[in-house]
Unconditional design. Sequence first.
Lengths: 402, 309
Amino acid sequence: MFVDALTFGLGYNATLVTIGAILLGISAGVTGTFLFLRKRALVSDAISHATLPGIGLAFILMVALGGDGRSLPGLLVGSAISASLGLLAVTWLTTRTRLGEDAAIGAVLSVFFGAGVVLLTVIQTMTSGRQAGLEDFLLGATAGMLYSEAVMIAVGGAVVLLLVLLLRRPMTLVAFDPEFAASSGVRTNSIDLAIMGLVLGVTVVGLKIVGLILIIALLIIPPVAARFWSDRADRVPIIAGALGGLSGWIGTALSATVPDLPTGPIIVLTAFAAFIVSFLFAPGRGVLSAVLRYIAFQRRVHVRQGLLAIAQGQPVYEPLTRRLLTRAGLAHADGVATDAGQARAAKALRDEARWDVVRRHEAFAGTAALYDGLREIESVLTRDQIAEVDRLLGGPREATSG
Amino acid sequence: MTGAEFVPLSLTPLLTGMFAAVACALPGNFLVLRRQALIGDAISHVVLPGIVVAFLFTGTVAASAMMLGAAGAAIIAVILIETIRRLGKIEPGAAMGVIFTAMFAGGVLLLEQSDTSSVHLDVEHALYGNLESLIWLDAVGWGSLLDPTALASLPSELLRVSLATLGMALLLWIFWRPLKLSTFDEGFAATLGVPVRALGLGLVIVSALAAVAAFDAVGSIIVIAMFICPPAAARLVTNDLGRQVAWSVVFALLSAGAGYILAGYGPLWLGGTHAVSAAGMIATVSGIILAIAALIGPCRNRVGAVPAA
């Protein structure tokens, strides 16, 4: 059944919803990356919560005009209008008053959401029984969706994705280096507005699938996860889009398979699983690779210190150092150096002396800054420079004169 | 409206709302000044899984278990956010967004998968609270306020939020000076020997406790709104921290009082028959107060900014 859901084998509607969720996930991941790089990830929280009063008002208006209050296009238009008002309110509070963006976001999201809840209770009492469905916008519900709604979501997802792809270049530029973008003629304000417009689009399309409380997760989690895999501004959006699309796909399939699994939370938790994997195992920035790097560094320090001790004729007591030296074939199990160990130790001591010269002479001032006690001197000086250092160092001397 | 009707039906929800509003607004002042206003938002999302897990373990909706679960979840969330921020070098806003959405999603999932139909525990309850249901059954009129047997049946939520408010006020009074110093000039406070990091962490924990205490009675909308709106409005009214805190308390009381009354009686005045959500209305009123302060507050502009014409 799960495989059926993954391979679009669960009927026309379910397939459309799954495609819609995949497209939504990709567009949310890509758009969210620009938001994340602009350090404005939480603005989307205000935008998504601000959709609720629009949904409520649209319902009331449509019923008052004698139509069906549950018509999805009408509700989505209403949600888009009130979300825009919410975004305007955040911008206005941040630019026109002394309040910070965090306070503006929190104020807008709680107040708009509160007003929306008031409208929901008004609707509840207005026409009994007809309100059913509006609460689905809180957490998303794809079960029992009409064919026309599924088509709309799939098309909406495709449109948002297309816009993201069209605007990708200027958005990358602005997100990565706004000053440079401005100086090369990109209108940063318009691009910022476009990013927010796309966030709005993602939110509105995602209302029915993920719900307004959790749509922010699709905008934040895939980009944060993608950031672990790459440092390149052109790759992070692609990875984020892929992770988002994957979460949408697996999440919808899971939710279609198991009864009583609300779609939104499942998609979000799938994305979170992708985040955990990235956080732990991504090369470079992941926790595991950081731990491995730390262990490797620790070993280099121990071997180096052990070699210097051997060169100066001191016994090595530290157990880890002894183990590492033995394993590398530089020392016997009793801590006495092998021939190879003696040679490496002599080299280590000579390199220390060379570094000493480098740090004392102004001619090498630039190189001296690179000294960290571990670096091979051959990696920073040319052969001629080393010869020069050796000349300054002079010939063999008594060990005590050093 | 007579006492016989008002006291049992409206007095306790009104007082509970007011105490909850003040309990959140007091620490909210410092969160707004420290640019950490969204912590209230994050906390009120992450307590959901804590409450659900507490319910699954104990099988009851006893307040003590819920509070423990919620506090535990809040602490886990703070640790996770810090871990991601430090180890992953992710900016705090995004780290917060990752954790609180994932935990909230987990809470919703647990809730949907477990059998909670027998008890009053659902997502809507967590969001909107159940302020209207906090009725005082044994009260017959104003006289009940002096009647010990009637007082014994007061909803326990009222006692909890009033204790939380008292605790907040006391903590604020004790730590006023170091808190003020470290909020405005952390470096200077540190040179005076104020433990700024411990104080910052303490503020977050105390805020979490206030949120958890209020959350159970009034739902997360009011918690988020009261953490931010009254202090933000007060910030636009005055430059003095003491006055700001005082104004925020006034705004919080006004929001809770006016919001509750508008929700309960407003529709009747307009010819309707049913009350609307008190939690939603309280948040809305606090937003209106903030909007007014942002339009005409005497200190609404940034220092040094050219006043808008």
